[in-house]
Design a binder for this molecule. Structure first.
Ligand code: 9MR
Length: 369
């Protein structure tokens, strides 16, 4: 039998044990705890903690949550005189139980409206809808929900106002009214304007004008949510940085609220998240049905690293970074703009394992130490 040096044995064992426990302890939320919140979007099953593995990952890695769908108008307010808070109650309870920052998504959005809302055609009825909808929901969760997307996606890509049912019936004043109603229902909750592509120059100018208008009219607006449905090559770090600086110069918080990065072909050069854009698929459009090639995996990790490096540089201006989904298998990008593709946009893969993107985000913090 070979002689084992007992001293060396003890030291090595201690080192290995401490490395393992160190690795287990590391998480996105802990690594970034002094910088900004790290959030995720939960689907209905995750709110109900149906899958134990997903649930423990969510609790370990994230300290902020957004409901991916269940708080949208069609679900919480299906009929004029009927609200359904069953799942949103569970969502808020989940956040409270786990001491997470709870974000409300979303109050006034042209999409995912209940059918009865789509039929509203005059200003009196629309005004009544907005007052009832915002006041009921925000008051219900007063002091429990920490921030709200008051208005979502009110702008076109050229920075003009979207011809939504709200704009058509009420004119642009609906934007100011929405923020005023929300502030009245819960004066302490943080109120956000949330949109995609608002890091692009023309739409950014539109968003800035909109935020200024709300402020000038005496509305309370605390932050802007840049959704961050991005690509490997765009938007540039320079445009993202300009956006952080310009929005924060308005005296509001900047949050990245729906971050993900598509790695799939995008021949139409689509940007953002207009869910009405749909295309037919073929094998060429779904090149990695089984596995992401290492070269792209590395590109994705580098892209996340450069984005988080920028976020850290401006951590004093940033309140929260939320990924749009917990792991790749759950991402909406598997179905947009083509149904049934296999995309890889998040730091956790379909088996909930860390991807190189996850390691690259954590590594930035290790370098700081
Ligand atoms: O991720 C959401 C997806 O499950 C829904 O089918 C879709 C329907 O509108 O909404 C997705 O979330 C959107 C978010 O609510 C607002 N910004 C764009 C997001 C991606 O489409």
């Amino acid at each position: 039998m070979k002689f084992i040096n007992p001293y060396l044995f003890i030291v090595t064992t201690f080192f290995l044990v401490s490395c393992t426990s160190q690795k287990e302890k590391l998480s996105l939320k802990d690594a970034y705890k002094n910088d900004f919140l790290i959030g995720t979007a939960l689907n209905a099953g995750q709110i109900e903690a149906k899958n134990a593995k997903e649930d423990s990952l969510i609790k370990k890695e994230f300290n902020a949550i957004t409901a991916e769908n269940i708080m949208k108008s069609m679900y919480v307010h299906p009929q004029k005189d009927q609200y359904d808070f069953a799942l949103s109650d569970k969502y808020v309870a989940y956040g409270e139980k786990n001491k997470m920052f709870i974000h409300g998504h979303t109050l006034i959005w042209h999409s995912q409206l209940a059918p009865w809302m789509e039929k509203i055609a005059d200003s009196t009825e629309m005004k009544a809808f907005m007052k009832d909808h915002i006041t009921t929901i925000v008051s219900k969760y007063k002091g429990r929900i920490n921030s709200w997307d008051v208005v979502n996606e009110a702008l076109n890509d050229d920075g003009t106002l979207r011809q939504s049912v709200f704009l058509k019936t009420l004119g642009e004043k609906y934007l100011i009214d929405a923020f005023k109603l929300a502030a009245k229902a819960d004066p302490k909750v943080d109120l956000y304007y949330n949109d995609y592509n608002i890091e692009e120059p023309a739409k950014r100018a539109g968003a800035i004008a909109l935020i200024k208008k709300i402020k000038a009219a005496g509305g309370k607006i605390d932050g802007v949510g840049i959704q961050g449905h991005w690509r490997l090559e765009s938007p540039s770090i320079e445009e993202i940085e300009k956006s952080i600086l310009e929005y924060s110069a308005l005296g509001i918080k900047v949050a990245f609220t729906e971050l993900d990065i598509t790695v799939l072909p995008n021949p139409w050069d689509l940007k953002g998240a207009d869910v009405n854009q749909k295309f037919e698929g073929n094998a060429k459009m779904n090149p990695y049905p089984e596995k992401l090639p290492d070269s792209i995996q590395t590109k994705l990790a580098e892209r996340y690293a450069s984005i988080f490096k920028l976020f850290l540089k401006h951590k004093d201006k940033i309140s929260r970074i939320t990924f749009w989904g917990v792991y790749d298998g759950q991402s909406w990008l598997n179905d947009w703009p083509i149904k049934g593709r296999t995309n890889y946009p998040l730091p956790f893969d379909k088996d909930l394992k860390h991807k190189p993107a996850y390691e690259s985000i954590l590594k930035l913090k290790k370098k700081e130490e």
